[in-house]
Ligand binder design. Sequence first.
Ligand code: LLP
Length: 446
Amino acid sequence: RYAELLEKNRRYLWNPFTQMKEYLDDEPVIVERGEGVKLIDVNGREYYDGNASVWLNVHGHNRRELNEAITEQLGKIAHSTLLGAANVPALELAERLVQLAPDGLNKVFYSDSGAEAVEIALKMAFLYWKHRGRPEKRLFLGMTNAYHGDTVGAVSVGGIDLFHASFDALLFETEKVPYPYTYRYPGSEEECVEACLEALRRKLEEKADVLAALIVEPIVQGAGGIITMPPGFLKAVSDLCKQYDVLWIADEVATGFGRTGRMFACEHEGVTPDLMALGKKITGGYLPVAATLATDEIYDAFYGDYAECKTFFHGHSYTGNPLGCAVALANLDLYEREDLITHVQEVAEHTARELARFYELPHVGDIRQRGLMIGIELVRDKETKEPYPWEEAIGVKVCRRARDLGLITRPLDNVITFLPPLAVRKEETTEMLSILYQAIAEVTGR
Ligand code: LLP
């Protein structure tokens, strides 16, 4: 059976973010089902889902309540359009999202992936200024090392050269400011923060007249290497944007819905962005639903007579899908019923204690954690922080070994990521981390 399916993969399937030449020769896992925090492949082998199926699974796989929510909705209707009409679950979910989101974000615009939620935020910001009679405010400001998805607009505001540089000629022009990557800053944390904020202040001073918005991954930069912001940084960024009359967009696709130990990462600093992109865990990791939340001020700028042509001309066929919205509602019910945010905080504390011993390993340079969003940066030399060269694929090797030992996760270059499903139990994280420890020790040396 496995051989047969692998042959189909070889013949027909092109996997995302995957070098097919290596993948096909590396006995890839072919998943058949899931149970709790485990994935089970077609050979019956079990693996811990150490990255929550790319950062989205919340309550574990095959949760009865979520399965039932989908079946129940399926008995009514699978899909109807939101273009010029509405459906029940999409309306109920919009209300819930507004209740949960930071104060001031009162309007929900749906889409189907995180990248789309970002595209929509960018287009809204762009048109907002146009409708306000300031069309020259059309430039976007992004952060170094940022990741906002893989569609062309999202790539334009991204800052990971490895993923993004090759598309250069396709992208629209953007400005970049440095993200506070304190581990790799030649100076103290305070100096790093000060330098980054000063660079932002200068950029705003110089370009506020032509800038539409800044986009930022609040509290933790994800695909850039799980890089955590020092406390106070996000608040300062938000204040600066307000001061210079530039909108700011929080990309909470990865951090939203409890990943960092608060419902939304913005809550850590008590800030409200002008636009917020959500995706991933919104459905508990079940179906593709994403959303862009906007303030009334932005919504109102589009509000007008048909003839004025201020309609937001954007919309995907499956937007506001009733099955997706129904499972999202059941997902949010479970957050409440199981007090999931408190659970995340408790498991995160436990995990932090377990992670401390990783520093004993000679090639663990830095461990970064907010809630259950964890990155372990491997270095060739701990003293000088010399990175492993890309060609050595050290992260790939560590994750490959972890897989043999029964845990699936992905590397971000030399950073090993650990983002388990949020409902993971303490004992399970202990087992998962002991696999990771062994894999790192075996591949990099003790
Ligand atoms: N924004 C942020 C902050 C994200 O982390 C992501 C996806 C997106 C937007 C895009 O959402 P999507 O379109 O995928 O629904 N490529 C890396 C992992 C990226 C993590 C996914 N983040 C890898 O190769 O492992």
